[in-house]
Design a protein around this ligand. Structure first.
Ligand code: SF4
Length: 328
């Protein structure tokens, strides 16, 4: 990120609540962060911490009859939360796209991959049928699918998991998006294919100014791809730092716990990973004070009573913890 650069996306006070039969669940609770042009931002945390709901809220992919979203999502001078549905449809899949964890649930099983990529090109780029089909083949070639002119006519179930993820990436890139949300793009794949997909994303990223929000629980993937990291816990941001600083000088006890659970390359496979004790809290029954306190080894009395405010150390460094002071 260059000094003085304006963010491409600026999320301010995002709060997303689901109305369920058991009560209202606030899955995202006052989240703020910026994404700058051309950067890869890691959005990190365990399952259920609100990362995916944040992305789905930005793209307005949640059912409005069951959800309330407050705050601002500023993109390209517009607050996406106040656009009408048609304007939002033109942004989604065009200037902002998303890669999902399990392509089988997001690809349409009754359309060929060519039809699915073409559909988006015809809607957003206004290409005719023939041109869209040719571009679909070109996109499959870009994501390194062998024999793209044959694969373009196949249905998703005919492809392997890794190929399907490449198709999702081809779809996400087809309309030259300015921003991509990649939600656990490698989690459902085996380790070798994971490495190939990460290399592919890195390679594609080099040739463009597209920004990526990389949503993952895997700090190993973040270390390889992201330049900045936002850590979420129980619907809130708890720490933000440039990736190198986060790995060398994490300040929030939750981030430190996540880092301890990253497997070390060449380490003894039999060694059990140091997992954070306990589980993510039930959002219907959030603990009082700091929501991490039941799992934190550094809990103090105040942590059980009051939620810590966010302390900003500089523009790129912030931590929400009672222990976070300048001499921390
Ligand atoms: Fe742990 Fe207290 Fe910091 Fe929460 S505020 S992370 S409980 S030390």
């Amino acid at each position: 990120m260059k000094a003085g650069m304006a963010p491409l996306l600026s999320i301010v006070g995002l709060k997303t609540s689901f109305h369920t039969l058991d009560g209202t669940i606030t899955a995202v609770n006052g989240v703020d962060f910026d994404v700058y042009p051309g950067e890869t931002l890691g959005l990190v945390g365990e399952s259920g911490c609100g990362k995916s709901v944040t992305a789905l809220s930005v793209l307005r992919l949640l059912n409005p009859s069951m959800t309330t979203i407050h705050g601002q999502v500023n993109f390209d001078g517009k607050n996406l939360l106040s656009l009408d549905p048609e304007e939002m449809r033109m942004i989604r899949g065009g200037t902002i796209s998303m890669i999902f964890q399990e392509p089988m649930t997001s690809l349409n099983p009754i359309l060929t991959v060519g039809e699915q990529i073409s559909e988006s090109l015809r809607l957003h780029e206004k290409l005719g049928r023939k041109k869209a089909w040719e571009k679909a083949i070109q996109m499959l070639e870009i994501v390194q699918i062998p024999s793209p002119e044959l694969r373009v006519g196949e249905y998703p179930h005919k492809l392997s998991g890794g190929m399907r993820q490449r198709v999702m990436i081809a779809m996400a890139l087809s309309c030259n998006p300015r921003l991509i949300f990649a939600d656990e793009p490698t989690t459902a794949l085996d380790v070798t294919i994971q490495a190939q997909i990460i290399r592919l994303l890195e390679h594609l990223k080099k040739g463009s100014n597209t920004s990526i929000v990389l949503i993952t629980h895997d700090l190993g993937v973040v270390a390889q791809m992201a330049s900045r990291v936002v850590v979420m816990y129980a619907g809130r941001v708890v720490e933000e730092a440039p990736v190198v600083e986060l790995f060398h000088d994490a300040r929030h006890p939750y981030t430190k716990g996540l880092l301890k659970s990253v497997p070390v390359l060449g380490g003894d496979k039999k060694t059990r990973l140091n997992e954070i004790p306990g589980i993510v809290p039930n959002l219907l029954h959030m603990p009082k004070g700091c929501s991490f306190h039941p799992r934190c080894s550094m809990t103090m009395d105040i942590c059980k009573k009051e939620s810590p405010s966010m302390i900003h150390f500089n523009k790129n460094r912030r931590v929400a913890c009672w222990l976070a002071t300048d001499d921390f």
